[in-house]
Ligand binder design. Structure first.
Ligand code: HPA
Ligand code: ZN
Length: 325
């Protein structure tokens, strides 16, 4: 009964979206040309042929090198504004956008170039009726000293950032590695979330650390939590949001964690649906809703609950939340 038109028209909050993961092949090629960066491909088909991955590590090996085409403030603006136009078309009313400053500063791009370009797009999105905010992610496979330096850089732009997260290669990079940075970020008034990817062997231990020792407010992916009923009770009681990304999951798990999402919904956990890296995983947020709805025969009520969960666990004011609940 759920159609693509229904999932598209529903007002949604997008909470798990990496701006670098919205770099579509055509913009990638345009920026490569504009900035004289040789990416090894010159046509959309050639670019798409490089999109082969079956786990987090093989995805990241394609994902990070492509960011070389992002050089100037205008490039970051163009990337973000192109995404925000798509968000508007998908009836996304609120979006909290991840960005990876270290993926850029580590190749010589100033922090200011990144944040100023992204922030300008966030401001211009108001005209599209999209309320946008930025979440700074630390690359968890970089050192904690690098994270510390990045947090210090961010402090000059604190009013342009709503929270911090952790992404990139989770293997042997537990949340606790960044305990101090998270504590300092929280003390500075920033919200906290972290990726707990679905294909990790220490998944439950990482989820436990994030929840019990670091007071995160959301888990990105995190649906492996169903393996531990006590942790499920904890997130249900605390209204911790879990941001699941079906199309991203489908690259590493045939059932896209749909059963887990349904089990969590049944336990009143605030799970919601998002798009992760839509230019790489084959669809934006409405496509992700439709993919899981279609495969698992979700009802309209279940879809509406998922969308309400996205607003409820977002970091907008209670007044704004009330408009959507
Ligand atoms: N996990 C870890 N790192 C990432 C992801 C993800 O889902 N997307 C982009 N970087
Ligand atoms: Zn992600």
């Amino acid at each position: 009964e759920v159609s693509p038109e229904f999932t598209k028209g529903l007002p949604k909050a997008e909470l798990h979206l990496h701006i670098e993961g919205t770099l579509e092949p055509d913009l990638k090629l345009k920026l490569a040309k504009r900035n004289h960066v040789d990416i090894g491909q010159t046509t959309i088909e050639e670019v798409q042929k490089t999109y082969q991955y079956d786990d987090l590590a093989s995805f990241l090996a394609v994902y990070y090198p492509a960011m070389n085409v992002l050089q100037h403030e205008q490039d970051f603006y163009d990337l973000a504004f192109a995404y925000l136009q798509r968000a508007a078309a998908n009836h996304v009313r609120h979006v909290e956008i991840f960005f990876d400053p270290q993926a850029h500063t580590s190749r010589g791009i100033p922090f200011a170039t990144v944040i100023n370009g992204l922030h300008r797009a966030v401001v211009d999105a108001r005209a599209l009726n999209v309320d946008a905010a930025l979440i700074m992610c630390f690359l968890r496979d970089f050192s904690k000293e690098s994270a510390r330096k990045t947090l210090l850089q961010a402090m000059a732009y604190k009013d342009k950032i709503i929270g911090v997260g952790l992404d990139s290669d989770e293997h042997n990079n537990p949340p606790l590695k960044f305990a101090r940075q998270f504590e300092d970020a929280a003390a500075a008034g920033l919200h906290l979330t972290t990726h707990c990817d679905i294909d990790q062997k220490d998944s439950i231990e990482h989820i436990r650390q994030a929840l019990e020792m670091m007071d995160v407010e959301r888990l990105d992916h995190g649906t492996n939590i169903v393996e531990d009923p006590d942790l499920v009770d904890f997130v249900a009681k605390k209204k911790i949001g879990l941001t699941s990304c079906p199309l991203s999951n489908s690259f590493v798990s045939p059932e896209m964690k749909g059963k887990e999402v349904l089990a969590l919904l049944a336990k009143n956990v605030k799970v919601s649906i998002h798009s992760d890296d839509p230019a790489y995983f084959g669809g934006y947020i409405s496509d992700n809703y439709y993919a899981i709805a279609n495969k698992f025969n979700l009802t309209k009520d279940q879809i509406v609950t998922l969308a309400k969960n996205s607003f409820e666990t977002s970091w907008i004011s209670d007044e704004k939340k009330a408009l959507y609940l």
